[in-house]
Design a protein around this ligand. Structure first.
Ligand SMILES: [Zn+2]
Length: 323
């Protein structure tokens, strides 16, 4: 029945608006649920909740499926399979330590989430949609299968020390051998010690050459140009990373120095010239734990993922989670 007249129309529109709102409210959980289930694999392991900050979305995933997105984000897919497997085990170990059901602290972005995709908080993670942007059309199929294989062939395997999952930190390129955790974070970790590497020179960030004029050095360190010219390395780690620098009567922390000059690492050599300060930086990252390019280098030399991990994380053991 058609209702005519001003009031009639208003009366007939209102219930329609309410009905539409009601329908949308009803649909919301369906849409939500669909997002949560995206990417779920066939075999169930452990359910995890991920909050994607970049996509503003929540995902409820299987742990092993979550690791595919982590691995794709944290290591180049063209790396050797054994290096990808080593990274998969490291990623699983880190993930386990963060999961709420095992007493992990979860994510600060959402109370129900185990992880976020913010690399400053959790591990980096890319959704299948984001991977289609990262990898081109021709690469996608083979890269995705390779990453999935690395995860599947290490299914459930984690690293332990004294029966507990380890803090499986890693970095891109050590360049000068890895660094003991105590020299970076001021607390000693038995399995995070200095180990030789020497197989990571194929990293695009193996060396960094920089030059800073004296007035720029002075500005960055908030000292005078005369003081800047007295800058020298006061203390180095055994692997060759700068712990402290001296400048006039004061000291500058090596980590602070790296930040101020935005250096790839604090394995730095200084050379003074009349115009300024020349720096040669080796490697990329903090240098603690597994060196990713080193893992790739060792895999190229025939090492298996267990050997690679046991090299960078000294004295650790392996356990398999029973799903
Ligand atoms: Zn290395």
């Amino acid at each position: 029945m058609v209702i005519r007249g001003e009031e009639g129309i208003i009366l007939s529109v209102k219930p329609m608006v309410y009905m539409l709102l009601f329908m949308l409210m009803g649909l919301a959980p369906v849409v939500w649920f669909r997002h949560l289930n995206e990417g779920a694999g066939a075999a169930r392991t452990l359910p995890v909740v991920l909050v994607s900050q970049t996509e503003r979305k929540m995902y409820r995933l299987d742990l092993e499926d979550y690791l595919v997105g982590v691995l794709a984000a944290e290591m180049p897919a063209r790396f050797e399979l054994e290096a990808l497997k080593a990274q998969a085990v490291a990623a699983r170990t880190v993930a386990l330590g963060r999961m709420k059901r095992f007493g992990g602290r979860g994510s600060r972005y959402h109370q129900d989430a185990d992880f976020s995709d913010d690399p400053n908080e959790s591990q980096a993670w890319l959704s299948p949609k984001q991977l289609r942007t990262k990898w081109n059309y021709w690469e996608y199929g083979s890269f995705y299968r390779k990453i999935r294989r690395a995860v599947a062939e290490t299914r459930g395997i984690v690293m332990v020390y004294n029966g507990k999952p380890i803090d499986a930190v890693f970095h891109s390129t050590c360049g000068v051998g890895t660094e003991a955790a105590v020299n970076v974070w001021k607390h000693d970790v038995p399995y995070l010690q200095r180990v030789p590497c020497g197989v990571d020179s194929h990293s695009p960030r193996y060396k960094q050459q920089l030059f800073f004029r004296w007035d720029d050095v002075a500005r960055r360190l908030r000292i005078s140009v005369a003081e800047a010219r007295t800058l020298k390395i006061a203390e180095m780690t055994q692997s060759g990373r700068v712990l402290r620098l001296a400048c006039g009567s004061r000291y500058i922390d090596g980590q602070e120095f790296r930040k101020v000059f935005q250096l790839n690492s604090n394995a730095v050599r200084l050379e003074k010239t009349p115009a300024g300060l020349r720096m040669e930086v080796t490697g990329y990252g903090h240098g603690v734990g597994m060196c990713q390019y080193g893992a790739d280098g060792l895999a190229k030399r025939g090492w298996k993922y267990q050997q690679i991990l046991a090299h960078y994380y000294q004295g650790i053991g392996f356990r398999k989670i029973k799903y």
